[in-house]
Ligand binder design. Structure first.
Ligand code: ZN
Length: 151
């Protein structure tokens, strides 16, 4: 699913066409070979230890009861680690320190690759407008975590 409709090189119309075995958007103008590859977007996720708890947050757009790690898109010329620290500061008002890389997770439904990090955070919890609710889950608790991971 893509909102791209026109060629950024010649402004021609894009059509669905199989290129390298996958249906993609390709330019219809004669002589223009533009293909919109629609590569997955990297997204960072932070599993945050704050004091003795793990922080989960609910985005203002999400239904009641749905919580996630703090996530966000990488910005231009930003490393994943810098993106994590920026997002934790923006969304929760906390200073954070990367403790380790957890892993990468393909999220095909959103065309994203999620890079997850362990983070320890300090400071006074102060959420942005994007965050409606925060849940502090005691470390080692058996609380089932929500399934959504999306910026
Ligand atoms: Zn074109």
């Amino acid at each position: 699913m893509s909102a791209v409709k026109y060629c950024p090189e010649c402004a021609g119309k894009l059509e669905d066409r199989f290129v390298d075995g996958i249906e993609r958007k390709a330019c219809t103008s004669p002589g223009c070979d533009f293909v919109y590859w629609d590569n997955p977007l990297p997204v960072v996720a932070a599993l945050i230890r704050y004091k003795d708890d793990i922080i989960l947050a609910r985005n203002a757009k999400w239904p009641e009861g749905m919580f996630s790690l703090i996530t966000g898109f990488l910005e231009k010329q930003e490393t994943p680690e810098q993106a994590v620290e920026r997002e934790v500061k923006e969304e929760l008002g906390l200073d954070s320190e990367i403790k380790g890389f957890i892993g990468h997770y393909s999220f095909f439904a959103m065309n994203q690759i999620i890079l997850a990090f362990w983070v320890s955070a300090d400071g006074e919890l102060k959420t942005s407008e994007e965050i409606t609710e925060v849940k502090l889950v005691p470390k080692g608790s058996s609380t089932r975590l929500g399934s959504a991971v999306s910026p």
